[in-house]
Each structure stands twice: as structure tokens, then as C-alpha cells.
Design a protein around this ligand. Structure first.
Ligand code: GP9
Ligand code: MN
Length: 672
């Protein structure tokens, strides 16, 4: 026994002494991958990701042995730089989007540069660059090894081929163990890639990225694989789920009316419930909400395409695609959209936005959405900028003039549909001196004295509320201007928050647990501390949705959970349009609505289900059965699969062509 141990000891010592660069390459990059998981999702001790990451590194490392020992250094260094970039990019991306990066978004990184100081201030963090030690380590090691004639020694020993084969064998065994340990659910998650955090957490960052590269090539090759299965899933779904939304008191009430949509950047519903020093954060939205139809349990369903995903889901009642973004990777597909459907009814349709037309590929994708015109940055006088670009006030003011002009060119009685996309309330909300005077302080009684304490001043969340207050004010002014210009007559105004602001839970802790006496946040063990768990955080990500008209006062607050994909069916019922491909429901006809999120999470009136953790939180006293959970998991799964199939395989177009063919062959039969 002892001799075996001794042989093993000598052999491993010899191995390490003659493969120093290789071992350093594996160790440094494995540490980086593990550190990334720890610093993002906070998970470090897990066998599977370490196994998968090691196997991938061994495979890469094994090929170094075909190169002469002296040159191997370059090979290891290039790979280490590349893998370090993956870690740095993912770390930065996670800070900003709370998800992992996708190569399909490489062209989108141009937008991130566009977002300018949003990135500089919010994304660049020291912790994103700790990974850079790896290439530095390799360089220092190389210098040292050269000095000690290491490479000459290794060349003399030879055995490179044998080592390469052995390394590949070990890597294959590890890969095999990894794949054999996967459950069928895990394999399907790997394939579907909805749940990025799950894949990176459980399978390692390198597996995630390699899988992502493969998945991102899909738009180019998706026509080649899985078409039959996708068509079957698609047909089966719509046969089983034909649109059964019944007529209700809202059916057709807005038929023929103009529609003005405000896509309100990063406005969260929670802001509407808050006041500082007795002044509401959003007095104008609150007024419109009170007078109109207000959905205060409304959720955005965006994925990595943020604003563009919101526009897509709002308009199509489909979900964002699982890899890449629809606006960029699938901008040539055909969709049934609110805009297209209204255009078919004679509407003139256009969109206005003060940013570059190419941002999110809007200038291309809008043709598919169905806009007749897109008025963008180059059409505005950029006379006042805040954050990303033209201020909302200037944007709205100039837009009203453009809307009046547009209206004058329409045929008498021709309705219009116009969307206005705001910009000022985009992260990082740092130009606090531009938002007007709105202190987010608190007046409190401290030691028997009324004093003003800083509360949310100087925090990201506090700055966000100042910015939201500004954005709300701009909306208020816009509605006034529309009224003055006569544009509210025979018009429906729709307002939605495009997605939540992605502000960390820590800031909400201060909002909820502030102690004015010490100007600090209560500790969890202290009296009066309100727990704010991840479900509270998820539930607080809701955004407002308001349907408002000048002449009709609805005064309706709808509490049923609702997703962005329920908008087309709901307003469609009011405007007299519908899409046979909608995945959401008319909120006034549905009984137990389900909001499915792109990562497979779902929300109903009684439960929030976390797909990554496979656990849920009950939201009421209604008992939750496992059957209910399972049914909804299956539902979420089929919604995401059908939506992906439609997008990837262009099934709306395929079905249209199929229907035309069928019709013409029927015609032929009748004439014969
Ligand atoms: C930019 C704006 C912001 O034009 O719509 O996009 P986002 O960063 O929120 O996706
Ligand atoms: Mn946005």
C-alpha cells in the first residue's frame, strides 16, 4: 500500500514539475469560473459546474501538447485572455442585467456603449476585473520558467503525445460523468437556454458560454433542425387553446378611436404608491390611473432585450425568444401585432423616440411590427439632454407638434396609432440636479425634535424616484399639450412601464427599514425590521399599465395578475381586433390568469413560482396543491416552447402561406 502511495507521489511530483504551465492554466481559469459564480449568483460549492468547467479546460489545454513546449505559453495565454474576457464581460453584464451575457448580443454591445455613463457608473466595478490576475499570473510564471530553463528541460523529456492523449481521456471521463449525472429536465434546460442563471450556476460559466455560442448560431440554422416538431407543437397548442375569450362589457368600446401609447422607460408600479414629504412620486400617473382602467398587478415579461422585448410582447402577445433578442436576431420574421392589425383596419401608424433609430434594431424591426413611419433622434432638435439623450420634456413637446402635423395629412376620419418611447428615466439616474426639486428626505421626530433626515437622498433608489418624478411630470405636461392640440378627442391613451428599474434589493431594505434616529438601516435582528425576501423583490418588479380616455371615467382598479402578453387580447377586445396567435388573455374574461416569465418562473393570483429553485411562495390563504403547480409548470413550458417555435421557424408566415394554398385549392375544387 505504502509503495503504491510512494509511486503515486513520485509520479505526480514529476507530472507537476514538467507540466507547470498546463496546471497553472487549468487552476487559474477554474478559479476564475468559480469566483464568477460566487460573485454573481453567490454559489461556490457545487460539483457539476466544477466538473464541467474542468473538463472544458482540460480539452482546451490538451491541444497545447501538439505545440513545442516553448511556444505553448502563447497558446495558454491567448486562451486565458479569452476566458478572462468571458468572466469580466459576464460579471459586468450580471451587475447591469442580473443575468449572463449572450454572444448573440455582441452587436448589442454597441448599444451598451451608447448608453454611455449608464455603463460607466453602474457597470464598471472593481470586482469585475479581479479575473485579470489570470493572464498576469501566466506571464509572470512564463518569465520565471524561462529564467530557470524549464522549457529546455521539458523538451528533453518529450512524451507530449502521450500526455495529450491521457489528458483528453481524463476530460472525456469527466464529461461523461457530467452528462450522465444530468436529469432530463436539466438537459432540456441546457437546450432551451431560458434560464441563463440556472445554466451558469449549475453547469459552469464555460459550459454556459459554449452552449450559448451554439444556441446563438440557431437563427442561421434553425430552419434546418426541429421544424416538424415545432409545427406540431404550434398546431397542437392552438387547437387546444383556440381563443375562447368571451365578449364582455368592454368589447368594441373603442372601435375606430385613435390610440396613443406611452412606453414609459423603467417606471415601476411601486413608485406610484410612494410619497416623500407628503408629495407623491407620480402625481400625474396616479391621477390618470384613478380616472382610467388601472392594472396594478401588471408585469413586464422581458428577457435580455429589455425595452425591445417589452415592445415585442406588448405588440404580439408572444414571449421574448430564449436566446438572443427578437428585435436583433429575428427581425425578418412575420408577426401579428396590434399595429399591423389596426393598420389593416385603416389606421395610420407611427412611432416616436428620441434615440438613434438603430438602437435595438428598431429601424429594421419596426417594418415587421407594422409602423408606417418611425420618427427618431435625427428628426428632433436635441436642445435639452438628460442621461441617454433628449429630455422627456423636450421630446414630448416636439412630438405633440409632429403629431398635429401628421394628423393634418390624414384622410378625414382616418384614425392613427402612435407610440412614444421615453428616455430620461433610464438608468443611471445620476443627473439629480436636472429632475427639479424633489427631496427624498423624511421629517422625523428624533429625541423629541422634528428634524429632516436624509432617508433616500444619495442612494440609487432615491435618485431613481427623483428621476421618476421628473418623468411623471413630463407625462402630465404631455397630456395637457395633447388636450390643447385637440388630440385627446376620440382617443385612447395607453401607458405602460416597459420593465422594472433593476435596482438592488439592498436599496429597498433602506426604503423599508430606515431608522431616522441613527440615519441607518435597521439590522435584521432589531425590533420593527421588515423582512424583504427575494419573492417580495420579484413581486415589487411590477410596472403600471393604464388605459385612459378623456371622455370616459372608468375608475376601475384591476387587481388580477396580468402580463405584458395580456395587453393585445385586452385592448384588442376594446378596439375590435385579435390575433389567433396570442398567448395571453383578455384580462376581463380570464378566470385564473398566469403570468409566465422568460426564465420559466410564473405568477398567478395565489402563487409565485421560482423555476430556478423549483420552489414557490403562496400569496394568499388559498391552499396550493402540487397538481396546481405542476399544471402551471407545464403551461409555462408550453407557452415558452410555442412562442419560441413561432419566432424561430417563422410560423406566422408559414401558416399564412399554408392557408393561402389551402384556400386556392378549395376554390379550385369548387369551380371544378
Ligand atoms: C433606448 C431605450 C432603452 O432607446 O429604449 O433601452 P433599454 O436599455 O431599457 O433596453
Ligand atoms: Mn427600457
Amino acid at each position: 500500500m505504502k509503495t503504491y502511495f510512494n509511486i503515486f507521489k513520485t509520479k505526480s511530483q514529476a507530472y507537476f514539475a514538467t507540466n507547470i504551465m498546463f496546471v497553472a492554466f487549468i487552476a487559474a481559469n477554474l478559479l476564475n469560473a468559480t469566483m464568477l459564480r460566487f460573485l454573481t449568483v453567490g454559489k461556490i460549492l457545487a460539483i457539476k459546474p466544477i466538473l464541467a468547467d474542468t473538463a472544458i479546460l482540460l480539452i482546451i489545454g490538451a491541444f497545447a501538447y501538439v505545440i513545442k513546449p516553448k511556444k505553448q505559453y502563447i497558446y495558454f495565454l491567448v486562451w486565458t485572455i479569452f476566458l478572462t474576457i468571458i468572466c469580466v464581460a459576464n460579471s459586468m453584464y450580471y451587475t447591469y442585467y442580473m443575468s449572463f451575457a449572450s454572444v448573440s448580443l455582441l452587436s448589442t454591445s454597441v448599444f451598451i456603449v451608447d448608453v454611455g455613463d449608464a455603463v460607466v457608473e453602474q457597470v464598471l466595478n472593481i470586482k469585475d476585473f479581479v479575473y485579470a490576475y489570470a493572464p498576469i499570473l501566466l506571464i509572470l510564471l512564463h518569465i520565471r520558467l524561462t529564467r530557470h530553463d524549464y522549457y529546455a528541460m521539458v523538451t528533453k523529456i518529450g512524451r507530449a503525445k502521450k500526455t495529450a492523449v491521457m489528458t483528453l481521456m481524463v476530460a472525456s471521463i469527466m464529461m461523461a460523468v457530467f452528462f450522465l449525472s444530468l436529469t432530463s429536465i436539466e438537459i432540456s434546460r441546457l437546450y432551451k437556454q431560458w434560464n441563463r442563471e440556472y445554466i451558469a450556476t449549475n453547469f459552469g460559466i464555460y459550459t454556459y458560454q459554449a452552449n450559448d455560442v451554439f444556441q446563438s448560431m440557431e437563427p442561421k440554422i434553425s430552419g434546418l433542425f426541429g421544424y416538424d416538431k415545432a409545427v406540431k407543437t404550434f398546431r397542437d397548442y392552438y387547437i387546444a387553446n383556440t381563443n375562447l375569450d368571451k365578449a364582455n362589457k368592454y368589447t368594441g368600446i373603442f372601435e375606430g378611436r385613435n390610440v396613443i401609447v406611452i412606453h414609459a422607460e423603467s417606471i415601476q408600479q411601486k413608485a406610484m404608491d410612494l410619497s416623500f414629504n407628503g408629495a407623491e412620486v407620480t402625481p400625474n400617473l396616479n391621477k390618470l390611473a384613478k380616472e382610467g382602467n388601472y392594472f396594478d398587478n401588471f408585469y413586464s415579461q422581458v428577457s435580455v432585450g429589455t425595452s425591445s422585448d417589452a415592445e415585442f410582447t406588448f405588440n404580439t402577445s408572444l414571449m421574448p425568444v430564449s436566446s438572443g433578442t427578437v428585435f436583433i436576431s429575428y427581425a425578418d420574421r412575420e408577426f401579428k401585432t396590434t399595429v399591423n392589425l389596426l393598420k389593416d383596419k385603416g389606421y395610420y401608424t407611427y412611432c416616436m423616440h428620441g434615440n438613434n433609430a438603430g438602437f435595438w434594431n428598431r429601424n429594421i424591426m419596426y417594418k415587421q411590427i407594422g409602423y408606417d413611419d418611425f420618427i427618431s433622434k435625427e428628426d428632433y432638435v436635441i436642445d435639452d439632454t438628460i442621461g441617454l439623450g433628449i429630455s422627456d420634456e423636450s421630446f414630448f413637446k416636439q412630438s405633440v407638434a409632429k403629431m398635429v402635423e401628421k394628423k393634418s395629412t390624414l384622410a378625414p376620419g382616418q384614425p392613427f396609432y402612435s407610440t412614444l418611447i421615453t428616455l430620461t428615466n433610464h438608468t443611471p439616474w445620476s443627473e439629480t440636479d436636472r429632475y427639479g426639486n424633489y427631496p427624498v428626505t423624511m421629517t422625523a421626530n428624533v429625541n423629541g425634535q422634528e428634524i429632516v433626515v436624509p432617508y433616500m437622498e444619495g442612494t440609487t433608489l432615491g435618485n431613481y424616484y427623483k428621476s421618476t418624478h421628473y418623468a411623471d411630470n413630463a407625462i402630465g405636461m404631455f397630456v395637457e399639450e395633447l388636450d390643447k392640440a385637440g388630440l385627446l378627442e376620440n382617443t385612447v391613451l395607453l401607458i405602460y412601464g416597459d420593465h422594472d428599474a433593476r435596482i438592488s434589493a439592498k436599496d429597498y431594505d433602506r426604503l423599508n427599514n430606515y431608522d431616522p434616529a441613527t440615519d441607518s438601516v435597521l439590522m435584521p435582528e432589531m425590533e420593527g425590521y421588515k423582512v424583504y425576501d427575494e419573492y417580495d423583490y420579484e413581486l415589487d418588479r411590477s410596472v403600471p399599465f393604464i388605459i385612459w380616455t378623456k371622455d370616459k371615467k372608468f375608475n376601475v382598479k384591476e387587481k388580477t395578475v396580468m402580463g405584458m402578453y395580456d395587453v393585445l387580447p385586452t385592448i384588442g377586445n376594446m378596439l375590435g381586433i385579435s390575433s389567433q396567435y396570442e398567448l395571453g388573455h383578455d384580462i376581463f374574461s380570464v378566470t385564473d390568469n398566469v403570468v409566465v416569465f422568460p426564465n420559466g418562473n410564473f405568477l398567478t393570483n395565489t402563487v409565485y413560482y421560482n423555476n430556478q429553485k423549483e420552489e414557490y411562495k403562496a400569496l394568499s390563504n388559498t391552499p396550493i396543491s402540487q397538481e396546481y403547480i405542476d399544471q402551471n409548470i407545464a403551461h409555462a413550458n408550453s407557452i415558452l416552447t410555442v412562442s419560441n417555435s413561432i419566432i424561430k421557424f417563422d410560423l406566422v408566415k408559414k401558416q399564412r402561406l399554408f392557408d393561402i394554398l389551402k384556400e386556392s385549392s378549395n376554390d379550385e375544387k369548387t369551380t371544378n
